[in-house]
Design a protein around this ligand. Structure first.
Ligand code: ATP
Length: 834
């Protein structure tokens, strides 16, 4: 053997990309790309293992994707064919070395100086050919199943070339059950005695639960019976699947398998959540992805040659979680029932492959178990465990593929290529510099379905199955390189709290149920998700359809698109109208509020203005009053002066009148001596007597002045008269009140007189009484004296004196006696007076 073995370290081995000379089919080219991509990725991977870490702040645990290697034993046939050439060497439980056999392409390349003859790979754990199914389960999937029982979504996928033992590992046989039946046993063992036996709560869309009514439950039971009835039907062909080959129909049970229940990190008693009275409901589905189409393996295969299988649509809910629309979910009550469902799926799978003339190993099969935790009428949580048996990863150059086979191989390789790309991208995103890089999950159905698991919504593990055959060495080497990348992927493991979010509950029509009296908006949103509004067309490969049919499909799609656009336009118009109306309403309301505010402001200003006006008015009045008072004070003339002045004015007026009279008579008869005399007399009088007349030379002026004076005087007189009237009035009032007071005084004086008289009378009475008392005392003294002088004690007499005597000894009695006597005295005096 000329091959050189280099065991320096893994990175040095991986640093040289494998440059196999591959046949140049387009599909191989794809596959080459996968490997080149993978290899170029490998060149960047450090040999240092990234240790598991826990984010310090959050609840998310980061952990490397668990990748387990399982090496199957040689079959007798393989041994006889000289397949055992020591290609696979297991160094320890984590390291395996692949040694190129002499006729392999790798060896040839190595001889040419391209690549290495030996490659070293490390895994989470390696299981050799002698490993039993039980041991394998215990050391790989069991912990994952426990996480699933606690509410985490989990995925197990097996990867490897055809005939490497993938199906054996997942399903096994009735005598030697694989991880799926063992997982089912653990699940049903865990929920023993706590099974929810009704079928009225069913998985819906991705993470929802649908509440079924009585009829729907009936329908469910019928569906289940119909699916299980498929087992009894005849005519299923024999397949290479071990579980079908060896199973004795119809009974099939794995419950006899025993496990070490105490092994592993999971301790049932530790889980507080499991101590409550919750019940569990288990639902299973079984599907396959073939040629990039998803088929329900529980759906009977159409017997007619012209009838095609219905491809199911992969949809997404509003949270971006993928699900297969229309996939059958069957309620199972035991491992046996679940295994029957598995067998039905296997039969359908092989029947379909026979009908389509292909091997069932060319498709990916997915068995999913949904576990609902129900408390009363509430679904507390739902977790999902998927076991995915991937199609054989070998290239198709060996089988000289063409036509349908070529396309099929391309699709298989494509989905595995995308899976590889996704894993490589996830690995690259761990690099701080290349974070948030594009991960092509949506480019294949397989990766779309498990996107959420890889994006932190669950836990995954990968099982790499290989055989040790020299004839498939090159393919096995590719598988190992692929797994080396996968192992570098660091998965974000969700915390329990994140996983225990309760699923949404929908009604029988799929509409979200009212929760606590409030419509679950999130659920409603999900219900109306865009994906759901689209029609579910048959997603089967359309490229094989005739042109005419394709044109028809295009036309239909165009119509649908137009209808959708029309609907959108109508919706948009409605929304715009609604928004416009709402805005108008809002504007009107704000306008009204503004008007009201303005009115209020106007009123308040008016009021303020009025108050101010009133204030000024009062101030002006006050001012005018003060001015008037001042003027009156200034113009005030004492009454005496005024009267004297008035008299003088009257004299003057009188004189003036006389003079005018004389003047008139003189003018009418100037020769009259009397007039003359009197005129002269007057003139003399004027000249001699009145100095004032002398000063007033001009008569009219004097007149005017006197008139003015007269007027003023009159005014003053009037005001004075008014004052006099007021004074008189006040005086009269005062006189009246004086009279009144005087009357009152008189009455009081009368009363005083009466009182005085009374007092006098009383004094008299008192005097009389005092006299009486003194007389009585004297009498008493006399009596005392007599009694002292008398030798014998006289008999007590009943009479006034005896009483008085007794009373003297008691002051109270004395006062009573006195009062009595006073009364009698008074009555006697009254009688006397009468
Ligand atoms: N660990 C094992 N121990 C014993 N026999 C095994 C083991 N693994 C696989 N085999 C046997 O090898 C054969 C092929 O295995 P299997 O059908 O599981 O391969 P595969 O990878 O699923 O193939 P395909 O891709 O065609 O489905 C079967 O007969 C199976 O019983």
């Amino acid at each position: 053997m000329s091959a050189k073995i280099d065991f320096t370290d893994e990175s040095s081995v991986l640093a040289h990309p494998d440059r196999d000379a591959m046949e140049s089919t387009p599909h191989d080219h794809h596959f080459d790309n996968l490997h080149r991509g993978v290899l170029s990725e490998l060149s960047t991977i450090s040999a240092t293992t990234v240790s598991a870490q826990v984010e310090s702040g959050g609840n998310l645990e980061e952990q490397q994707l668990k990748v387990y290697l399982r090496v199957r034993p040689f079959s007798k046939e393989e041994l006889s064919n000289n397949e055992d050439q020591g290609c696979v060497v297991l160094e320890n439980s984590e390291t395996a070395v692949l040694q190129a056999p002499k006729d392999s392409l790798s060896m040839k390349n190595s001889e040419r100086g391209i690549g290495q003859a030996a490659h070293k790979f490390s895994f989470s754990q390696i299981f050799g050919p002698e490993t039993t199914q039980t041991r394998f389960f215990e050391n790989t999937v069991r912990s994952l199943v426990y996480s699933y029982l606690e509410g985490q979504n989990s995925l197990v996928f097996s990867y490897g070339v055809t005939n490497a033992g993938k199906t054996h590992t997942i399903q096994g046989s009735s005598n030697d059950p694989g991880i799926l039946p063992q997982a089912l046993d653990v699940i049903f063992d865990h929920i023993k005695g706590r099974k929810y036996e009704h079928m009225d709560l069913k998985p819906y869309l991705s993470n929802d639960v649908q509440y079924l009514d009585h009829d729907q439950v009936k329908q469910e039971k019928c569906t289940k019976a119909a699916v299980l009835a498929l087992l009894k039907e005849e005519g299923f062909p024999k397949t290479s699947h071990s579980i079908l080959k060896s199973q004795p129909e119809p009974s099939f049970s794995f419950s006899s398998v025993s496990y070490d229940q105490t092994a592993g990190p999971f301790d049932m008693t530790d889980s507080a959540a499991e101590t409550d009275s919750s019940l569990f409901s288990v639902w299973v589905s079984f599907s396959e992805i073939y040629n990039e189409s998803v088929y329900d393996l529980l759906e009977p295969i159409p017997t007619s040659k012209n009838k095609k299988r219905i491809a199911l649509r992969v949809c997404e809910d509003s949270s971006g979680n993928s699900y297969v629309r229309g996939l059958k979910w069957i309620n199972v009550q035991s491992t046996e029932e679940a295994c029957k469902i598995l067998r039905v799926g296997n039969k359908n799978r092989s029947a379909a492959s026979t009908k389509m003339n292909h091997s069932s190993s060319r498709s990916h099969s997915i068995f999913t178990i949904k576990l609902m935790k129900i408390h009363g009428t509430e679904v507390r949580r739902m977790s999902e465990l998927s076991l995915c048996d991937l199609a054989g990863s070998e290239r198709c150059n060996k089988t000289k593929t063409f036509g349908e086979r070529l396309k099929e191989a391309g699709n298989i390789n494509n989905s595995l290529l995308i899976l590889g790309k996704c894993i490589a991208a996830l690995r690259q995103n761990q690099n701080a510099k290349r974070r948030n890089g594009y991960v092509p999950f949506r480019e294949s159905k397989l990766t779309r379905l498990f996107q959420s698991i890889f994006c932190g919504k669950g836990r995954a593990c990968m099982i790499v199955n290989i055989n040790q055959c020299a004839s498939t060495y090159d393919e096995t080497l590719h598988v190992m390189k692929f797994s080396a990348v996968a192992k570098q992927v660091v998965q974000i493991i969700p915390s329990k709290t994140l996983e225990s979010i309760a699923p949404r509950l929908v009604g029988k029509d799929g509409k979200p149920l009212i929760r606590d009296g409030v419509i679950d908006n999130e659920a409603l949103e999900m219900y109306l998700s865009e994906e759901e509004l689209l029609d579910d067309d048959d997603e089967s490969d359309m490229s094989v359809l005739p042109q005419e049919e394709l044109l028809n499909i295009i036309e239909t799609l165009k119509e649908k698109l137009l209808a959708e656009r029309r609907k959108n336009v109508v919706q948009e118009i409605e929304i715009r109208k609604e928004m416009g109306d709402a805005m108008l309403q809002q504007l009107l309301e704000s306008e009204e509020i503004r008007n009201r505010q303005i009115e209020e402001l106007k009123d308040s200003y008016e009021e303020k203005l009025e108050n101010t006006f009133e204030m000024y008015k009062d101030a002006i009045k006050e001012h005018a009053y003060q001015c008037a008072l001042e003027r009156v004070e200034e113009e005030y003339v004492p009454v005496d002066e005024f009267l004297a002045e008035q008299e003088r004015v009257q004299d003057l007026t009188k004189k003036l009148a006389e003079m005018e009279q004389k003047l008139r008579s003189f003018q009418s008869n100037p020769s009259d001596p009397q007039t003359m005399t009197s005129s002269n007399q007057y003139s003399l009088e004027f000249e001699s007597g009145s100095s004032e007349s002398k000063r007033n030379d001009a008569l009219p002026e004097a007149n005017a002045l006197s008139e003015k004076l007269q007027e003023e005087k009159n005014k003053v007189i009037k005001s004075l008269e008014k004052k006099v009237v007021e004074l008189n009035k006040t005086l009269q009032e005062a006189a009246e009140s004086f009279m009144k007071k005087q009357t009152e005084i008189k009455v009081l004086q009368q009363k005083i007189t009466d009182q005085d008289q009374e007092i006098e009378k009383l004094q008299n009475t008192t005097l009389e009484l005092e006299t009486l008392v003194s007389r009585l005392r004297e009498e008493l003294e006399q009596l005392n004296r007599i009694s002292k002088e008398a030798p014998e004690q006289p008999k007590p007499k009943k009479g006034l004196l005896a009483n008085i005597k007794a009373s003297v000894s008691s002051p109270v009695k004395l006062s009573r006696t006195l009062k009595k006597s006073a009364k009698s005295t008074q009555s006697s005096s009254r009688k006397r007076a009468l």
